[in-house]
Design a protein around this ligand. Structure first.
Ligand code: SAH
Length: 389
């Protein structure tokens, strides 16, 4: 046992401090067993979960990489991740689950800072310009976005800096400056401006094109996202006539992919940047039977229920906190034939499934875990609920 741990420690020198890969010391097949066991335990009372779908190659799957910048005690610039539950930065140059190219770009940025007199943010002293760097890469298109998160909008020598960065990495298609002046643990602030290119990247997923901007949510593991969305659409059992809802739709991925087999799709999302991307994505793919609304999903569904609108199939893909009572009660009132619940947190999923099944109007007919996050403890699950009457 000790020997195996040594081998894995060699694989990642940061695993003790970083805390990002909680299952680091398990072989991949064991990780899948661990996740299966968790899902069986939490959700097995609803119906028997299917075997988890793992990855062929579970390394370097992340298409989004972020690094915090700071200075160490001796004044050297460092970049890396926060040590779990602290504000100390663990210097990291390479990570076994992150996209290699994105990691290289972050190292280049760190190397370039000094000659451009760009100071990294010093949390203790409260000054410095560069707080974080975020890199998003479209695996399907190769397009790369670099987001430089700064404390101030004033960024001296920005054009020369961007030019130098692009000389080293011609694959970069857009560079965005995001301004985050506050004392906050959020990486991104509200304000942003493109320094180069159009401020977003495009990617291809399930045969469609998607535009993604800095602040929009996009699944981090594109290989498994195709599996996930494929299963979600399969579970929906669409025939081409249904009125479909895509709730918590992000940039519209699920609704757009399902639109080819639906009558009409109504999609709702809270984040205004994501909704803007979603509208652009409908145009980009010439899809006309989908409508996007920027709203709280719970408030939106309550209104639909009050207006006695109709829905045959509802996809829902809430954040880790799960859905809320407004949404779930309105959903029961709308009474769709089928609900496809996509969840990144089996605990809130269990809570919400209890709510949806307690009046015996729905039963859970399928549970499919998909491994979107190898080496971490996170599990993604798709559930299908069917109406009883
Ligand atoms: N279905 C999308 C996004 C899933 S992530 C995809 O697969 O890419 C969850 C999304 O829910 C995020 O885009 C987040 O901005 C959005 N969200 C969070 N709380 C919300 C709320 N109360 N109402 C509507 N959308 C919300």
């Amino acid at each position: 046992m000790e020997k195996k741990k040594e081998v894995l420690k060699d694989q990642c020198p940061h695993y003790r401090k970083c805390g990002g890969c909680q299952l680091q010391n398990m072989e991949y097949s064991k990780q899948l067993e661990w996740k299966q066991h968790l899902i069986n335990k939490l959700l097995g009372s609803f119906c028997k979960p299917e075997p988890i779908i793992g990855m062929q190659n579970p390394l370097h799957y992340r298409n989004k990489v972020s690094a915090a910048f700071s200075v160490d005690r001796s004044g050297r610039t460092i970049s890396g991740v926060y040590q779990s539950s602290t504000h100390r930065i663990v210097p990291v140059d390479r990570c076994m689950i992150e996209d290699r190219k994105s990691d290289e770009i972050i190292v280049t940025i760190r190397q370039l800072l000094k000659s451009f007199h760009i100071t990294p943010y010093n949390e203790y002293k409260g000054y410095g310009l560069l707080r974080h760097v975020l890199v998003k890469r479209g695996f399907g298109t190769g397009e790369v976005m670099v987001v430089l998160v700064t404390t101030s909008p004033i960024f001296p020598a920005k054009n020369r800096f961007v030019q130098a960065l692009r000389n080293r990495h011609p694959e970069i298609t857009t560079v965005v400056q995001n301004i985050n002046p506050g004392f906050t643990s959020m990486v991104l602030g509200d304000r942003e401006k493109p320094l180069f290119g159009n401020g977003y990247i495009e990617d291809v997923l399930c045969g469609l094109k998607f535009r993604i901007s800095a602040k929009s949510f996009y699944q981090v593991n594109p290989v498994q996202t195709e599996v996930l969305y494929g299963k979600a659409v399969e579970f929906a059992g669409l025939t081409g006539r249904e009125q479909v809802i895509d709730a918590y739709c992000g940039i519209g991925t699920i609704g757009l992919i399902a639109s080819g087999r639906s009558g009409t799709v109504i999609a709702v999302e809270q984040n205004p940047d994501a909704i803007q991307d979603a509208g652009a994505n409908a145009k980009l793919n010439a899809i006309g039977n989908i409508k996007f609304y920027q709203d709280d999903a719970g408030a939106f569904l309550m209104r639909m229920a009050e207006e006695k609108q109709k829905a045959d199939v509802v996809f829902m893909d809430p954040p880790r906190a799960g859905s809320d009572e407004n949404f779930l009660s309105a959903l029961l009132e709308l009474s769709p034939k089928r609900i496809v619940y996509i969840s990144c947190n089996p605990e809130t999923l269990q809570r919400d499934l209890k709510f949806l099944t307690r009046r015996k109007e729905y039963f859970v007919s399928k549970i499919q875990p998909v491994d979107m996050f190898p080496f971490t403890k996170h599990v993604e699950t798709i559930c299908r609920l069917d109406r009883i009457k």
